[in-house]
Design a protein around this ligand. Structure first.
Ligand code: NAP
Ligand code: F7E
Length: 321
């Protein structure tokens, strides 16, 4: 019999890619979104008629319970979060409510409605922050560097605690940065791919950025949603690092993106603004996905260069229209 999944954060990058993936697998998919004063369907327009949208909010306990009652899922993927690290210093309390306490609310709703539901929590490499060990694996101590990272750590531990306290099938995927053509425009990769495409098309002559030295382990989101699903298909619930094992700087991202549109000397096109610097930076992230490879046979399929080029090509196509 076909399974049913409820995805929170359906309008986000991962939510929409996961819906595509689960529909391919024959799932009945419900997506939870919050009320918005404008139509927010850039990532989900293509899903219309294929999935059912429910309204709920991570700050509203009863709305989560109602979404479970309406969807009766076998699996819940909790992808909803205030996910922008930079914003988490502006709204630390709200970030903790949504990204931290929101996880507790949905776990409580599952426990009350049907504790047999399998649960996926979107944990983050931002929990490693200062990187006590490089590359980081599941046993590496955490050292978050932002209100976002601290909130994710709460979500991570409460998921583990509910697994151990109530024998629930609850797993966290500790995902390192992953990007795609559907990435939010404020994140550095999309900001660059969009900016580079604008420069190529003569719509702009610069991109304004913050710290160019930061390094990230960047993967491709469609590869990573497969890992989320695989975690819930295992016999034993567990937590997994999902990463590529490689790390590149913002400069290297810029280098490939600009070269792709025929510009070798990109420095004159970059302006730096302290507004985009963070009070505490995560200088480098790199993950070790050995456990995911051995237990679930998961490995990344898309490399860094392919990722950058896909994003630039997409923005060139969208802006040309
Ligand atoms: P995203 O594009 O920012 O999506 C976040 C989603 O959460 C959006 O659909 C957003 O809805 C929703 N949301 C925010 N506040 C909410 C609230 N109060 N109630 C209900 N929904 C709410 O993030 P993403 O990149 O797809 O990431 C998915 C998840 O993985 C997030 O939890 C993120 O923190 C985590 N993560 C991401 C990465 C990465 O590199 N992408 C790595 C590790 C972990 P609106 O559209 O209405 O804002
Ligand atoms: O920043 C630097 C910035 O905002 C990456 C989220 O999905 O991944 C993401 O968090 C780096 C940082 O992503 C700009 O200082 C320079 O060092 O694209 P980002 P993030 O903070 O790594 C993790 C794993 C998550 O869990 C999060 O949800 O780029 N940077 N100049 C800039 N960053 C931004 N946004 N804008 C700039 O102009």
């Amino acid at each position: 019999m076909n399974k049913t999944a409820l995805i929170t954060g359906i309008s986000g990058m991962d939510g929409s890619h996961l819906a595509d993936f689960l529909l391919e697998k024959g799932y009945k998919v419900f997506g939870m979104e919050r009320r918005s004063s404008y139509v927010n369907n850039i990532n989900t327009a293509h899903l219309e008629g294929k999935i059912t949208i429910l309204n709920g909010d991570m700050t509203d306990q009863n709305s989560l319970l109602r979404c479970l009652k309406e969807s009766k899922p076998d699996e819940v993927y909790n992808l909803a979060a205030q996910s922008f690290v930079g914003e988490s210093w502006n709204t630390p309390e709200y970030t903790s409510e949504v990204t931290g306490l929101g996880v507790l609310r949905i776990l409580e709703a599952i426990r009350e409605f049907n504790p047999k539901i399998k649960f996926y929590q979107a944990s983050s490499s931002e929990m490693f922050g200062r990187m006590v060990e490089n590359p980081a694996k599941e046993t590496t101590p955490f050292y978050p560097r932002s209100p976002y990272g601290v909130s994710k750590l709460y979500g991570h531990w409460i998921t583990k605690n509910y697994r151990e306290s109530y024998d629930m099938f609850a797993c966290s995927g500790i995902l390192f940065n992953h990007e795609s053509e559907r990435r939010g425009i404020e994140f550095v990769t999309r900001k660059i791919s969009d900016g580079v495409a604008r420069i190529k098309l003569g719509l702009s002559n610069h991109i304004t950025l913050g710290n160019l030295e930061a390094k990230r382990d960047w993967g491709y989101a469609p590869d990573y949603v497969e890992a989320m699903w695989l975690m819930l298909q295992q016999d034993i619930p567990d937590d997994y690092v999902i990463a590529t094992g490689n790390t590149y700087s913002i400069r290297e991202f810029l280098d490939i993106a600009f070269k792709h549109i025929g510009i070798d000397n990109w420095e004159p096109y970059i302006k730096q603004d302290p507004r985009f610097m963070r009070p505490a930076e995560v200088d480098v992230l790199r993950g070790d996905y050995t456990k995911a490879l051995s237990n679930m046979n998961w490995k990344p399929k898309t490399n860094f260069e392919q990722l950058v080029k896909k994003m630039v090509d997409h923005d060139l196509e969208v802006l040309s229209k």
